[in-house]
Write a protein that binds this ligand. Structure first.
Ligand SMILES: Cc1ncc(COP(=O)(O)O)c(C=O)c1O
Length: 466
């Protein structure tokens, strides 16, 4: 690509595209990173620069970029069936096989699957399933949803409402009514007087219990949570959290939706992260790693208990008036099947655990004593390196958004892409599960080189204060 063409493209981008998650004021003045090719863990841009993508795109390229097996599966399927819908009794073989495969790897109580195109759409679908479940049971008042501050569930009306990030609510009149938020389960930012993780879990469960009692359990339908919080900064729950929460939900007949959009498909070393954290959901949402981002596809896994109610609805013959034109797309299903095959055959669940623990300990070793680093945590290949103004007492920077921008830029200058966090300054490291030891070493080196440059930039911008 000639320089003139690149600059033209950038100008056209600034002129025409409203980028998601960007400042509409400053985006048109910013340089544009026009990407041109992807391979393994490497992205290349139009200026010829290569980047190590330690963020797997948006936490999704679980099997890495440019896998020929997936490209072949997509091409072959597209040649056979460029499009088929799955409304009414229309179906297709890849979709049938994918559904069977998903239920094989899912927790035992999952019985059926319905599809969508994004994590947000799938979470909106879950919300509707929960409402319908209670309508069919004659519990028409039981509709409220409880989510957590700091959780991320998407940006559509329903998913954006249960989202716990104010940037998603602000200026969009969200959340819609029927949505409540409870505390984030972040042990490092617990209230004074909490003496252990178990104590904190009990405290949070009691708080949820009181919230449901105050609202009236006859009005509360479901609780939604990521097993490990992703976008807000890689936050694992305190010990015993989901066990204590489950007791409260059971007491009040409230369903649990596990949002495994990031954590599913090996990100934390298993197909799903919930079971290892004593999470026993009624509904599971998957997206991202389902197709490793090669095709927009998401799915809702629905438990036997919910199916039993829904499939016995008498009204209007149980007509399911929900779905999307392209949900259950045969090419997406073929892609997902090829993707799951790769994860399975290449032992990527095991690799995620093995290389994840190597990466975690290398980061801890190499960043020991590095200025502003306050915590390095994670599971499998979902790791967060957190930075605070006063790390010893975990006091945050006053301007988190600007400081986060400097951190991402410092990493980018070293050729490393990391995911940032919302509400805290974090380098979230979630590379493809194919990561090798050499690539892990490269990531650590880049972060180590970026950290002092980030500190220097902070001081220069006078942003180093709490
Ligand atoms: C946990 C979680 N749920 C849902 C979503 C929404 O997915 P999508 O962006 O595909 O709508 C995301 C996206 O980052 C996510 O991290």
């Amino acid at each position: 690509m000639t320089t003139a063409t690149i600059e033209d493209l950038k100008a056209l981008d600034r002129k025409y595209i409203m980028h998601p998650f960007s400042s509409l004021q400053s985006q048109p003045r910013k340089d544009v990173n026009v990407m041109t090719s992807t391979n393994g863990i490497v992205l290349k841009n139009a200026d010829g620069r290569e980047f190590l993508d330690a963020g797997s795109g948006l936490w999704c390229a679980n099997v890495g970029y440019g896998r020929t097996e997936i490209i072949k599966a997509a091409t072959e399927q597209m040649e056979k069936t460029s499009f088929l819908h799955s409304f009414s009794n229309f179906s297709n073989e890849p979709l049938i096989r994918l559904s069977e495969r998903l239920l094989e790897i899912a927790p035992d109580n999952m019985e059926r699957v319905t599809y969508a195109n994004s994590g947000s759409e799938a979470n909106d679908t879950q919300i509707k399933l929960v409402w319908r479940y209670n309508n069919v049971r004659g519990k028409h008042e039981k509709k409220k949803l409880i989510a957590r501050w700091g959780g991320y569930h998407g940006t559509t009306l329903g998913a954006g409402s249960v989202n716990g990030l104010s940037v998603v609510h602000r200026s969009f009149d969200l959340p819609i009514d029927r949505v409540l938020h409870t505390d984030a389960a972040e042990y490092h930012r617990r209230p004074a007087g909490i003496i252990s993780e178990e104590h904190f879990s009990l405290y949070l469960a009691n708080k949820l219990d009181k919230m449901i009692e105050t609202e009236g359990s006859e009005t509360v339908a479901a609780f939604i949570a990521e097993p490990i919080i992703g976008s807000a900064g890689v936050i694992p729950p305190p010990a015993g959290y989901f066990r204590e929460i489950a007791k409260v939900l059971k007491k009040h007949d409230v369903l649990l939706i596990a949002d495994e959009v990031i954590t599913g498909f090996g990100r934390t070393g298993s197909w799903f992260a919930g079971p290892g954290l004593e999470m026993k959901p009624d509904l599971i949402t998957v997206a991202k790693g389902l197709t490793s981002g090669y095709f927009p596809m998401s799915a809702c896994l629905v438990s036997d208990a919910i199916c039993e109610v829904l499939y016995n609805e008498k009204e209007a013959d149980g007509f399911f008036g929900h779905g999307f034109t392209t949900s259950g797309h045969p090419v997406g299903a073929a892609v997902a099947l090829a993707n799951i095959d790769i994860i399975d055959k290449e032992g990527l669940l095991e690799n995620s655990t093995r290389i994840g623990s190597y990466l975690l300990s290398s980061l801890r070793e190499e960043l020991d004593g590095v200025e502003f680093v306050s915590d390095i945590r994670g599971k499998g290949l979902m790791i967060g390196v957190e930075f605070d103004a006063v790390p010893e007492i975990r006091r945050a920077f006053s301007d988190i958004a600007s400081v986060g921008g400097l951190l991402s830029q410092a990493c980018l200058d070293e050729g490393l892409i990391v995911r940032g966090g919302h509400g805290r300054v974090i380098a979230a490291i979630a590379p493809p599960l194919t990561l090798t030891t050499e690539q892990a070493d490269q990531i650590v080196l880049c972060v180590k080189r970026a950290a002092p440059k980030f500190a220097k930039a902070l001081r220069a911008a006078q942003l180093d204060r709490a």
